[in-house]
Design a protein around this ligand. Sequence first.
Ligand code: GLU
Length: 300
Amino acid sequence: MPAGRYAPSPTGDLHLGNLRTALVAWASARSSGRDFYLRLEDLDRDRFRDPQSQINDLEEIGIDWDGEVVVQSERLDLYQTAIETLAAQGMVFECFCSRRDIREAASAAHTPPGHYPGTCLGMTEGEMAEKRASLASRRLKPALRFRPKVDNFTVVDQYVGEYTGAVDPVVLQRGDGAFAYNLAVVVDDVAMGVDQVVRGDDLLTSAPVQTYLTEALGGTPPIYGHVPLVLGPGGARLAKRDGAVTLSELRDLGHTTEEILRLLSKSLGLPEVSSASSFLEVFNDYTPQTTPWVYAPEPT
Ligand code: GLU
């Protein structure tokens, strides 16, 4: 059965922007006869928070999902196998760089921010052995990065159209052993039969590397739909500093869940409906938006 999914990272309460994207992802899957899954992307243990409030809030606005909630930290064997599959194709290399090394090398080489400057790609076996030994003496290991065979890749997004972006040598497994987001997201989408990915457009720039990685793992890339983010009144991505932005904060101010659903459906250019089932009915008229919604929360 083809499926869509919502895949939050449990790093804190969902805000209106997250809930709005979750609604669009859910309605896109349900209105096209797909299954819908909830997957908790909890591999980053440094930022982990109890996911229960996220689950409660999604239920509260009427989103439902098939099967159990999928939890990435329970699927580590799958990610390990994927790294082995990529390594067998020569698509993995060891990286000894610290964040600071990357920052400094990137700025010297004028690499765009966030992109890997390629430092460890050309190392000799001898140099690597030395670096490995030095890390091992501090009980550390090198990170593993992806070695793509292309620089760019083009994806087709059902809302944005064709998008070409860099395929970076992204981290697959951190030096502390944690599997990285770009690997896990792809492995899980393939393993779960997800063929429709609707998510925030902050991840559009990751779609080329994820598509390429999917193909390298022998999977079929999903259809993407990247939804514009919600911005706060200052024009930056909606965040805590903007006041009451989560369901519980809004409810503390006396707003009902029905009111919040009306606000979200209106923000998507749809008739104001007060339940998820009515949202699904009006969703057929959804015209994908290309500009962010600027939300001005009430003063608290
Ligand atoms: N877990 C990611 C996030 O919360 C989203 C992953 C995805 O939808 O591909 O930003």
